[in-house]
Design a binder for this molecule. Structure first.
Ligand SMILES: [Zn+2]
Ligand SMILES: [Zn+2]
Ligand SMILES: [Zn+2]
Length: 302
């Protein structure tokens, strides 16, 4: 297995994996949360059964969690630079008008709203909301929805048709495939790595495409970086820092930067852009994500 050190990242597009795009309505109002019976990935397909029939301790725990999360909805709002921060009173007023007298709303670190509805009626209303405080709702997610696992396979030629590839996977049920990009001389280009989203509770160790076996590695999402101050762990919508250029570190936007400027990282002071994979600060931020991902994987295997 050839391992390559590369930055598997899609953050430049500002995408957030695992969200349900607005309009596609995946999982809307779906109640059939299913769990496998722990016999192993290969059998999951045939041994899935409804939660109502479950009896093991593990499944009871899952069931309790589902009840708790049943009416929680996350709305991801579009955020533009220079836009004012979300007002608690403004949001509350609008939510009451559009969804009703909900239990609670939390403003998450990435600016999304976590809405705890009281009943199914409020939940379905929440799923119909198109904007809040003049911010468009980009994506809607339901907590407690059957979670998917994500892994990475390496060695997929750049001209390979991923849709065809997906149909030829043996050994696991694949929901989606997406080519990961990497940075070469400051430009985003496609890589040989493909992100695979499985409809499985546990990440398979290997999958076969036709007869060829591929090792499945854990996917570590890129660390969350603020487009305004360039620090890690929050986004521009909730930023309290100053505007920094990701290329030269000065107090202007990337678009306003000069062509032949000397690269300087405002996070570590080194002679590189903030996105450089070898940056110590970036590496540390990445480790944090890695630890989180590993923990999730271990927890799933217990
Ligand atoms: Zn910031
Ligand atoms: Zn600059
Ligand atoms: Zn740096």
């Amino acid at each position: 297995m050839v391992r390559m050190e590369m930055e598997i990242s899609n953050e430049e597009e500002g995408e957030c994996e695992g969200w349900t795009p607005v309009g596609r309505g995946r999982g809307r109002g779906r109640g059939g949360f299913k769990v496998g019976d722990g016999k192993g990935i290969r059998d999951v397909q045939g041994s899935k059964r409804d939660l109502e029939e479950s009896s093991s301790e593990e499944e009871r725990v899952v069931r309790r969690k589902v009840v708790d999360e049943k009416f929680k909805v996350i709305l991801k709002l579009k955020s533009e630079e220079g836009q004012e921060k979300i007002s608690p009173i403004g949001v509350s007023r609008e939510i009451k008008k559009k969804i009703g007298d909900v239990e609670m709303v939390k403003i998450l670190r990435d600016g999304s709203l976590l809405i705890e509805c009281k009943d199914i009626e409020q939940k379905s209303k929440a799923f119909k909301v198109e904007n809040i405080c003049k911010r468009a709702v980009l994506e809607k997610k339901m907590l407690g929805e059957n979670k998917k696992t994500r892994g990475v396979i390496y060695g997929i030629p750049l001209d390979e048709d991923l849709e065809k590839l997906k149909k030829n996977v043996v050994g696991a049920k694949v929901f989606n495939m997406k080519r990961l990009s990497r940075t070469v001389d400051g430009e985003r280009v496609g890589s040989m790595s493909v992100l695979v989203e499985f409809e499985e509770k546990e990440l398979p160790m290997n999958i076969k495409i036709g007869y060829i076996s591929f090792q499945v590695r854990t996917y570590t999402p890129p660390p969350l970086r603020c487009y305004k101050c360039q620090r890690y762990g929050h986004i521009a919508a909730v930023c309290k820092g100053k505007q920094r250029c990701p290329k030269c570190g000065e107090d202007h936007k990337f678009e306003e930067c000069k062509e032949d400027v000397e690269e300087k990282c405002c996070n570590c002071g080194g002679n590189h852009r903030v996105t450089y994979g070898g940056c110590e600060v970036r590496k540390r931020a990445k480790e944090v994500v890695q630890i989180k991902t590993t923990k999730t994987r271990t927890a799933k295997q217990l």
